[in-house]
Design a protein around this ligand. Sequence first.
Ligand code: ZN
Length: 181
Amino acid sequence: MVAQRSPKPLVWVRILASPPMAILDIKKYNDPILRARCEEVKEIDENIKKIIYDMEEMMIKNNGVGLAANQVGIKKRIIVVFDLDNSKTISLINPKILKKSREKEIGEEGCLSFPDVFLNIKRSRNVKIEGINIKGEKIIINAEGFLARVFQHEIDHINGILFFDRLPFLERIKFMFKKWP
Ligand code: ZN
């Protein structure tokens, strides 16, 4: 996910300290992998760790605040999120929403797979997320506001759901017939 109005993450800090750039490209627009339901990760091996490090790198490099594995062509249930309040990356394997608040709010979202498209999307204000970190530990995160929004956007991705699918019907139909570049 991209946040147009949020402050830029500390990209320059990361670039100075970063290993050689990963060779992943971001899948865009009508790429069918964006509609794929991603597969559970069964074992966290070196390949999975490499995917996670590469995704973190890609997200930061592109000024994103979230990225899902299918956005870089990998059909696995992995997401990386940048927590702007704490300036840290949260990477989750097999993430699940355990609970979401009935209270919703509308906020602006962009997506690395749809450059320059920014939409106001209604999402739950609070979510409780469960996932596995890179060390294989189960973690629970209670997120609210913007961070909760990013988690919902990214978990939608690994289920093949895109942000404009969450628009009210009349706004959504524009996207059904839209000709992407
Ligand atoms: Zn996105």
